[in-house]
Design a protein around this ligand. Structure first.
Ligand code: UTP
Length: 406
């Protein structure tokens, strides 16, 4: 271990690391931990004391509403299906999260949402994608982002289940980057004798992780022009939806975002809007009462379309922004850690900060974005919690309502 690292540990008064090194001796620190410490971004320690991100001036961004989409549905669908058939559309499944709120130890996609039948989340997502690829008569290349924690399990699970009927030649995986967690007193946490408590770095770094994995060459080889990025936990979402793809292409925008009408003005979802004239997402707690309740002449809430983490990005644009840095968000989470006595604690309440890049900051890097309304009872059933709001229970109800046998 270098003197520089030892000095940093000393100067920042790292409770766990100092104790660990005092007991073991700096020269005996295992290679893995040594490497993690050498490559660690120590500026995270400054971030936890810093203020939140400075936001610009918000203004509303009108959505293409369901009525307008219905009128043009066939036209949009044809454009979308053509793009899929030409192999110009890829899909990115963001499956690197840890799903701490659900409290399921394995990858969230391995969760069985079925009741009488077995229905894994991954299985349901593949079914949704197969609806489109069957109609198009062409497979959509699917890139699955995993983390170091769930990569092997995820790959094995897909293989064991025969890729749920998808063509494995069209499935590839890439692993996202990991970052250390720091407790509320500024101590870098250890998770075991040879590792810091590392967590995936959020869902915003997917494109750079993909490039690092060499998959940029695959995008070029296949001539993929559009990437539909989606979360693992919305079991009702339409993936590579040709109508959405067609509408985004026809609109001339470089990005599209599926949105749902808020259930009420104060619903806790981020709303698609403009920030200093650029597409952006305003969080519910950033809205003033006046903004939250403002309506247009038709009575539609001006900040009333919530994002559901289903975006379409133009690949040309992604190349242009790949080197731009996304802001780091500091979030409080439950992070297992090893005490000075060597015991592993699994907290039941948030105990530490994680550092995440978020995909919504990528939307802000776009010059424009089509806000595309979908029916929330047909396309939005997120599995975030075990019970209550956005839970296994609510998702099951919505799946049944949409004719899925559980
Ligand atoms: P969430 O923000 O809901 O996070 O992820 P999470 O990790 O799944 O769950 P909690 O907050 O710990 O309960 C939204 C989407 O982004 C992906 C998730 O897998 C999910 O599809 N994600 C999140 C990543 O791929 N990597 C991350 O580091 C974080």
């Amino acid at each position: 271990m270098t003197k520089e690292i030892l000095d940093r540990i000393e100067n920042t008064n790292q409770k766990y690391l100092k104790n660990y090194i005092d007991h073991l001796g700096a020269e005996k620190v295992p290679q893995k931990l040594d490497e993690q410490l050498s490559s660690m971004d120590w500026s995270y320690l400054d971030l936890i004391n810093g203020k939140g991100q400075q936001r610009g001036k918000f203004s509303p961004l009108g959505a293409m509403e369901i009525s307008e989409i219905e009128q043009n549905k066939e036209k949009f669908k044809k454009i979308g299906l053509d793009a899929i058939r030409k192999g110009e559309v890829g899909a990115i499944l963001l499956a690197g999260g840890q799903g701490t709120r659900l409290g399921f130890k394995k990858a969230k996609g391995m969760f069985n949402i079925g009741v009488d039948n077995q229905l894994f989340i991954f299985q349901q997502l593949i079914r949704n994608l197969l609806d489109v690829t069957d109609e198009a008569g062409a497979f959509v290349p699917l890139y699955i982002m995993t983390s170091q924690k769930n990569d092997a399990d995820t790959r094995a699970f897909f293989k064991e289940h025969d890729y749920f009927g998808y063509n494995p030649e069209y499935i590839q995986y890439f692993v996202q980057d990991m970052v250390p967690s720091i407790d509320f007193d500024g101590n870098v946490l250890l998770e075991s004798n040879d590792s810091l408590a590392m967590s995936p770095n959020g869902n915003g770094g997917w494109f750079s992780s993909m490039v690092r994995a060499g998959l940029d060459k695959d995008l070029t080889k296949r001539n993929i022009q559009w990437l539909n990025v989606f979360a693992v936990d919305n079991v009702l979402q339409r993936i590579a939806d040709p109508v959405f793809i067609g509408a985004t292409i026809a609109s001339g925008n470089e990005c599209g975002s599926k949105v749902v009408r808020k259930a009420n003005p104060n619903e806790k979802v981020g709303a698609l809007c403009l920030e200093d004239g650029k597409p952006s997402i305003v969080e519910y707690y950033e809205l003033t009462e006046e903004m939250a309740n403002a309506r247009d002449e038709k009575g539609t809430l001006l900040y009333g379309f919530g994002v559901i983490l289903n975006y379409l990005f133009k690949v040309d644009k992604l190349w242009k922004i790949v080197d731009e840095k996304l802001p780091v968000h500091v979030v409080k989470k439950k992070v297992p850690y090893m005490t000075e006595q060597g015991e592993v604690v699994r907290p039941t309440e948030p105990n530490a900060y994680k550092f995440e890049l978020l995909i919504l900051d990528m939307v802000y890097m776009m010059d424009n974005c089509l806000s595309f309304e979908v029916d929330r009872r047909k396309e939005f059933a997120p599995v975030k919690n075990a019970t209550g709001v956005d839970s296994v229970d609510t998702a099951r109800e919505l799946l049944k309502e949409n004719g899925v046998e559980l």
